[in-house]
Design a protein around this ligand. Structure first.
Ligand SMILES: Nc1ncnc2c1ncn2[C@@H]1O[C@H](COP(=O)(O)OP(=O)(O)OP(=O)(O)O)[C@@H](O)[C@H]1O
Length: 259
């Protein structure tokens, strides 16, 4: 849980993501119906919503993989929908994606998995610069001793950590976590939640955390945004959002809260 001092520090910072009046439909299906959301520098925002509510569509619009029908989306000061391809690539480099399945390359060891995105994007780095960056990212996720290991020899939680380290190596300003605790036992989930907070403190990143896991949302986010019927019905501190008589919010809470 975030303490109040940290909460007010974040509120006083500037927005890194600003969404206004965003809508997106596929044929007759209106997925996003005019949503507004602001994520501040240094803020972890959990985005909650039922399966099919449009969380992935929102993330895809944020990184320019889908175009909005209406509204505007500014990420790190850039209006995403208007960006030419080269500038969109540059913007994406400032955003770290942590996918559900960790998406590690099984034929590469941990070191190679981390070095790969770095050398692909920054071809002039020396071997020492790459080594240092890999080790710093591995230390950030407390797995420096695993650099020689193949992904198949890692536990589910370790794979998630390495996936996060591989994202951190590019020093992103925004982290996008897609169901970071899915498929993990409660102890490992707690470790990942702690890691998300450590990443935020160490790198002063902002994050959007898409999750069904309310313990994760509660313990990692400054604010949560609840996507219901194509809109953010409530955005605020975890307790504020769930201290609600709204039947859909109550039912989401009762269905998803584990501990
Ligand atoms: N490219 C597309 N073409 C048509 N429909 C799409 C497309 N992408 C998403 N949808 C539809 O939009 C809705 C929202 O999908 P989305 O993947 O954002 O849900 P979600 O909230 O991320 O769900 P989950 O929690 O299950 O991952 C779904 O009904 C989906 O079928």
């Amino acid at each position: 849980m975030m303490d109040d001092a940290k909460q007010s520090l974040v509120q006083a910072s500037k927005p890194v993501i600003a969404i206004q009046g965003l809508s997106k439909s596929f044929g007759d299906l209106d997925v996003l119906k005019g949503i507004d959301l602001t994520v501040m520098k240094g803020e972890n925002m959990a985005v909650l919503g039922k399966s099919g509510s449009g969380k992935s569509v929102l993330i895809k619009i944020l990184v320019g993989l889908l175009k909005p029908d209406n509204g505007f989306v500014k990420v790190l000061g850039e209006e995403v929908a208007d960006l030419p391809a080269r500038e969109l690539d540059a913007l994406r480099l400032r955003i770290g994606f942590s996918f559900q399945n960790s998406a590690l390359y099984d034929s590469m060891n941990v070191y190679q998995n981390l070095a790969f995105p770095l050398t692909m994007n920054f071809r002039k780095l020396t071997k020492k610069q790459v080594d240092d960056a890999v080790m710093e990212a591995l230390e950030a996720v407390s797995l420096a001793d695993k650099h020689n290991q193949m992904p198949s020899g890692l536990s589910g939680g370790q794979r998630k950590r390495i996936g996060i380290a591989r994202t951190l190596i590019l020093k992103p300003e925004i982290m996008l976590y897609d169901e970071p605790t899915s498929g993990l036992d409660p102890v490992t989930s707690t470790e990942i939640n702690e890691l998300i907070n450590e990443v935020q403190t160490r790198y002063n990143t902002s994050a959007i955390i898409i999750t069904h896991d309310l313990t994760c949302a509660k313990n990692t986010s400054h604010r949560v945004a609840m996507l219901l019927d194509g809109k953010f019905s409530k955005v605020g501190k975890f307790e504020e959002v769930f201290d609600s008589d709204d039947e859909q919010i109550r039912s989401f809470y009762n269905y998803n809260f584990i501990s």
